[in-house]
Design a protein around this ligand. Sequence first.
Ligand code: ZN
Length: 176
Amino acid sequence: MSQLTHKVWMDRALAEAKLALAHDDVPVGAVVVQGGRVVAQAHNRREVEADPTAHAEILALRAAAQALGSWRLDGCSLYVTLEPCTMCAGAVVLARLPELVYGAVDPKAGAAGSLFDLVREPRLNHRVQVVTGVLAEECGAVLRTFFQSRRPQPAGCRGGAAGTAATLPATRGGVA
Ligand code: ZN
């Protein structure tokens, strides 16, 4: 799929991510696309549901499976604003998802190329095509703004704390 198409769907995931801000959840959004249409979309609801597994990807994959009437998400792509964690990367493999597209890299908890690479693990029975860095700046910026607003820093001490534009502050502690 073209980079432009990826951006269109990632933009949708980004809009979904921002909805999490309404309930003070870490702004991560996910969209499942099949044959050029959205099958499901969701945002992180961990805080509002008090559920450690209520990540955007899990909620979107569940909704997609329900909509399609199958746990196998053949022909689907998952767009998510942040690199999936171990749980979500595992769910992507379990759903036999052919393609994963993510925005910002998560060096502290990412399991699709950073800390682990579960989605391309040769010992597992399914491997996923991965596209990274789509709207990475925008996806990362939403997260940085969120964490900066929660942990105000003294004036003059903000420079250099945010890492590169496409990664997250090192102080984040693997929340998404
Ligand atoms: Zn996750």
